[in-house]
Design a protein around this ligand. Structure first.
Ligand code: GLN
Length: 472
């Protein structure tokens, strides 16, 4: 589908109506069902909203850049009256009683939610294969995964069903699927976007963010969804911004930090060549490349999996078969009800993480694992602070190689965890990051991840836009 900007021009000139755009989106969703990108499609609701948008426009009351634009949201975000499953059997029939703040803001800006996208169960994974509703397929190569956990949202954009979508990112779940499917995906600074109504995985790491086919569209979405929210105490008090304001700034005079730990062993040589090539082009445009060091980064994956699973084990304790969600039919006693509902309702990966999280928080191991991981988290944050003393942005691969082959989550979960090496440190330190398509390796897209200082999303998006111009 065209970009938001192009669609908006067509809407404004009357060349197309919101109703026609939404119908086209719904048809495309139907035609690409084989990719399994959506869990629910909101046909009627979306068409009704499209009619309202057309009516507003006819009355000269258009709400702006997003009015009438079809958008998909990950199925871990609540939308009042709609099924919200987090791709889990335990929430298979859960209908949200309220709407997530980010989604509410999108709708207030006139965007039309056409569907809820497929994902790894409870956002745990990097492949979008662990969904109760079956795996999401990568439209570019069906033998490989689309990345995860927001694979459905990435595929929804990459396959042209919508111009843009929302995902959530706890350790890379927006940036990785963006890289695997050749679209742009941004994880905002922690606190930039409200988490109210996002089904929690790991609360100190989770952030909602945009997918689009270009940096400008991600800026438009982020500008709509950001801001302080009385329902989420961790949202920042910073005023909302127009994140598209610096899109034409270019990279002249910018200092790009290149971490020496990121470009050595473990990175696929073809991916490295694609990224090196882009960095050289930026140098020719007047940017300066500066080697920086992130000495504690080698501990990032281990500390991430301790902290994320610890928080997950606590967050997921609410699914007990009593208050809402799946309840086992054949439990006789209260304990049985908990145990059976949870063992039947949660998938294997989620159970693995609850076990790991309960273990690292348990009396004998809390100091040895959880406390150590929190100390490492601080050291990694300090590494970034120090690196940013000598550069404006940091360049990094998004993924260590091509999108993984289907089925690896079953056969080698450790290898899948390790593929998070470049993304998890941003969640540990709260920093913003954006993955931008950067050429190809083995015929598949490569993602270049730009890491920014806290709350500098506008700068990140300006570098992303400069890169898009050089890609052309
Ligand atoms: N792959 C990471 C995990 O499995 C990140 C997932 C995410 O960002 N939601 O935890």
């Amino acid at each position: 589908m065209d970009s938001i900007q192009d669609l908006q021009a067509k809407l404004a000139s009357g060349a197309v109506s919101a109703e026609a755009l939404v119908s086209e989106s719904l048809k495309k969703i139907d035609a690409t069902k084989n990719l399994n990108a959506y869990i629910s499609v909101l046909n009627e609701r979306a068409l009704d909203k499209a009619k309202e948008s057309d009516k507003r426009r006819a009355e000269g009351k258009s709400l702006g850049a997003l009015d009438g634009i079809p958008v998909a949201i990950k199925d871990n975000m609540c939308l009042e009256g709609s099924r919200t499953t987090a791709a889990s059997k335990i929430l298979e029939n859960f209908v949200a009683p309220y709407t997530a703040t980010a989604v509410e803001k999108l709708e207030a800006a006139g965007a039309i939610i056409v569907g809820k996208t497929n994902m790894d169960e409870f956002a745990m994974g990097s492949s979008s294969e662990s969904s109760f509703f079956g795996p999401v397929k990568n439209p570019l190569d069906e033998s490989r995964v689309p990345g995860g956990s927001s694979g459905g949202s990435a595929v929804a954009v990459a396959s042209g069903t919508v111009p843009c979508a929302l995902g959530s990112d706890t350790g890379g779940s927006i940036r990785q699927p963006a890289a695997c499917t050749g679209v742009v995906g941004l994880k905002p600074t922690y606190g930039r976007v409200s988490r109210y109504g996002l089904l929690a995985y790991a609360s100190s790491l989770d952030q909602i963010g945009p997918f689009g086919t270009n940096a400008a569209d991600c800026a438009t979405l982020l500008s709509a969804i950001c801001g302080i929210d009385p329902h989420d105490n961790t949202t920042s008090t910073r005023p909302t911004e127009d994140f598209g304001a610096k899109l034409d700034a270019g990279v002249k005079g910018k200092v790009i930090g290149v971490p020496k730990e990121y470009f050595g062993e473990g990175l696929d040589p073809e991916c490295k060549a694609a990224i090196d090539g882009m960095l050289k082009k930026m140098e020719a445009e007047g940017a300066t490349l500066k080697e920086v060091s992130l000495p504690h980064i080698r501990f990032a994956v281990s500390s991430y999996y301790i902290i994320a699973t610890a928080e997950a084990s606590s967050n997921l304790s609410r699914y007990d078969g009593v208050r809402y969600g799946y309840r086992s039919k054949d439990a006789r006693k209260l304990f049985d009800l908990y145990a059976k509902s949870r063992s039947e309702g949660f998938g294997k990966e989620v159970q693995r993480r609850i076990l790991l999280g309960s273990y690292v928080l348990s009396a004998g191991f809390y100091d040895a694992y959880y406390v150590q991981a929190q100390k490492v988290r601080r050291l990694i944050t300090d590494d970034f602070t120090k690196a940013f003393e000598s550069c404006d942005v940091i360049a990094s691969p998004t993924m260590p190689g091509l999108p993984l082959k289907c089925g690896m989550n079953e056969s080698d979960p450790m290898a899948v965890y390790l593929s998070d090496i470049y993304t998890v440190s941003l969640n540990l330190s709260g920093l913003p990051g954006v993955s931008v398509p950067c050429g190809k390796a083995g015929g598949l897209p490569v993602g270049l991840q730009w890491i920014g200082k806290p709350f500098q999303e506008a700068d990140l998006l300006s570098v992303a836009a400069a890169m898009e111009a050089l890609n052309k």
